[in-house]
Design a protein around this ligand. Structure first.
Ligand SMILES: Cc1cc2nc3c(=O)[nH]c(=O)nc-3n(C[C@H](O)[C@H](O)[C@H](O)COP(=O)(O)OP(=O)(O)OC[C@H]3O[C@@H](n4cnc5c(N)ncnc54)[C@H](O)[C@@H]3O)c2cc1C
Length: 420
C-alpha cells in the first residue's frame, strides 16, 4: 500500500552517490513496494500459510538477485568481502531510501545483529576467525547474535556486567546470565561480552572486558526463552544462561581489555544505521499520512483541508527534515574522522527515535483504526520507534555524554564550534 518513493539526483553529491540513490529507489519502487504482501505475508492481515512463507522466501531471493545485479549488496561490508565498501555518508543516503520499504534491508544483505557482528569480525577477527565465522555469516550459511545485556545488571552501563570468562588451560570457561540476545533461536554462534577474570588487559573498569565467540551448540549454553515483547508471548530476543561454557582460548575477539571498545564501536556505527533506517521509515509514514489526508472525507470535507491535519503535516515535515540533516551531518563528521562526531551521534540517537515516534503517531491518527491494523506498516514502525529510545543506549545516557563532552570543552576555556 502507498505511493512510490520520489528520489531525484542531487547536484551537491558525486555521481557515484547519486547513482546509488537512484538505483536503490528503482529496486524499492519496482521490486519491493508493489510486492510487499508477497514478500512479507504477515502484513497481509490474514493468516499466513506455510505455502505463503515458502513463496515469500522465493520472492525475497529473487529480489536479492536483482539487488546483487544492481551492485547494491551489503553496503556496510568492505569490497573484499563482497560488499559495497561504502563510507557513512553515501550509506546514509542509500539507507534512507531502502528503509522506505520497511524490512527491505535484509534483501540488501543487511540483517541485524549479523551485520554488526560482521563489522566487528572484519575489524577485530584473526584470519582464522574470519574464515570460520565471518565468511559463512556473509554467505548466509550461518546466523549469529550479540549477547551483552543482562537481567541483573544495567545494560546502560555495560561495564557493570557480571558474566565472567575464566582461563582454564587453553579454554575460556564462561558463566553468566544474559537476555535480549536478538536472533537467539536461529543463531549458530553468539559474540558474548564477558569480564575476564585475572585480566591481562589494561587496568580500570573496562580493562578486563573481552568478547568471546561461543557456538550455540556448546554444552552449557541454555536458551531459557524468547522474551515476549509488546504483548507477544515470545520473540527471538532470548534469555540465555551460560553454565560453565568451555570454548577454545582462540575464540576471544581481539585482546582482553578491548571488549568495551569493540562494543562501543559496534554500537556507534549501529546508532547511525538505526537512525538512517528511522529516517526512511518516517518518510514512508509521512507519505502515507499525506496520501490519506488527500482522500479521506470526514465531516463534509477532506482531511487535508482541516487545520489540525495541516498541523500534523507541517510538524512531521519539520521532524523529518531535522532528523535527516542531523543524520547526514553526523555521517559526514564520522567520514571526516572528526572526534566530535560521537557527540553528534548521541544527539541524533536521542532526537531521531523521538521524532520518528511523533511522525508515526500522527500518521496513525490520520489513518484512524486502519493506522493500528496490520494492513499498514505504521503499527510495527511505532513499536520499533519506541523501542529505539532505550535500545543501543537509552536517551539519558546519551544526554549525559553530550553534556560531558560540551562541558569538557568549556572547562578548557574553549567553546563549541557549531559550524563544523
Ligand atoms: C528489542 C530489543 C532488542 C535488543 N537486542 C539486544 C541484543 O541483541 N543484544 C544485547 O546485548 N542487548 C540487546 N537489547 C538490550 C538493550 O541494549 C538494553 O535494553 C539497553 O542497553 C538498556 O539496558 P537495560 O534494559 O538493562 O536498562 P537499564 O540499564 O536498567 O536502564 C533503565 C533505564 O534507566 C534510565 N537510566 C539509565 N542510566 C541513567 C542515568 N545515568 N541517569 C538517569 N537515568 C538513567 C534509562 O531511562 C533507562 O532506560 C535489546 C533490547 C530490546 C528492547
Amino acid at each position: 500500500m502507498g505511493m512510490p518513493i520520489t528520489v531525484t539526483p542531487l547536484e551537491n553529491l558525486d555521481s557515484f552517490t547519486n547513482d546509488v540513490r537512484l538505483r536503490t529507489a528503482d529496486i524499492v519502487n519496482s521490486e519491493i513496494l508493489p510486492r510487499e504482501g508477497e514478500l512479507f505475508p504477515q502484513r497481509k492481515g490474514t493468516a499466513v500459510s506455510d505455502e505463503d512463507k515458502a513463496q515469500a522466501r522465493v520472492a525475497r531471493e529473487e529480489v536479492k538477485e536483482k539487488v546483487r545485479a544492481a551492485g547494491l549488496w551489503a553496503p556496510h561490508l568492505p569490497k573484499e568481502y563482497g560488499g559495497m565498501g561504502l563510507e557513512f555518508l553515501p550509506h546514509a543516503y542509500m539507507n534512507e531510501i531502502l528503509a522506505y520499504a520497511m524490512g527491505a534491508a535484509s534483501m540488501f544483505g543487511v540483517v541485524a545483529p549479523n551485520s554488526g557482528n560482521q563489522k566487528i569480525l572484519v575489524k577485530y577477527g584473526t584470519e582464522e576467525q574470519k574464515q570460520k565465522w565471518l565468511v559463512p555469516l556473509i554467505e548466509g550459511t550461518m546466523e549469529s547474535g550479540f549477547s551483552m545485556t543482562e537481567p541483573d545488571t544495567a545494560g546502560s552501563d555495560p561495564r557493570s556486567l557480571r558474566t565472567t570468562a575464566r582461563k582454564d588451560g587453553d579454554h575460556w570457561v564462561i558463566d553468566g546470565h544474559k537476555w535480549f540476545t536478538s536472533n537467539g533461536f536461529d543463531a549458530d554462534f553468539f559474540i558474548v561480552m564477558c569480564r575476564a577474570e585475572d585480566p591481562s588487559g589494561e587496568e580500570g573498569r573496562s580493562g578486563s572486558m573481552v568478547q568471546i565467540i561461543v557456538p550455540t551448540d556448546t554444552p552449557g549454553v541454555e536458551i531459557v526463552r524468547g522474551v515476549g515483547i509488546w504483548g507477544h508471548h515470545t520473540s527471538d530476543h532470548c534469555e540465555i544462561k551460560y553454565n560453565s561454557v568451555r570454548v577454545p582460548i582462540e575464540n576471544a575477539l581481539g585482546r582482553v581489555g578491548q571488549g568495551h571498545e569493540a562494543a562501543q564501536e559496534r554500537l556507534g556505527a549501529g546508532r547511525i544505521y538505526h537512525c538512517m533506517n528511522s529516517v526512511g521509515q518516517m518518510w514512508r509514514a509521512f507519505d502515507l499520512m499525506v496520501e490519506r489526508a488527500m482522500t479521506r472525507e470526514v465531516h463534509g470535507g477532506l482531511l487535508r483541508d482541516k487545520q489540525f491535519i495541516q498541523g500534523f503535516i507541517a510538524e512531521s515535515y519539520i521532524d523529518l527534515q531535522t532528523s535527516r540533516m542531523m543524520t547526514i551531518h553526523a555521517a559526514e563528521k564520522v567520514d571526516r574522522g572528526d572526534p566530535e562526531a560521537r557527540t553528534d551521534i548521541s544527539a541524533l540517537k536521542i532526537y531521531v527515535p523521538a521524532a520518528f515516534t511523533r511522525v508515526v503517531d500522527r500518521a496513525i491518527q490520520v489513518w484512524g483504526a486502519a493506522g493500528v491494523s496490520n494492513d499498514l506498516p505504521l503499527s510495527a514502525m511505532y513499536l520499533g520507534a519506541r523501542t529505539l529510545r532505550l535500545a543501543d543506549g537509552p536517551d539519558e545516557v546519551h544526554k549525559i555524554l553530550i553534556a560531558k563532552n560540551v562541558l569538557r570543552k568549556y572547562e578548557k576555556g574553549e567553546s563549541w564550534d557549531f559550524s563544523r
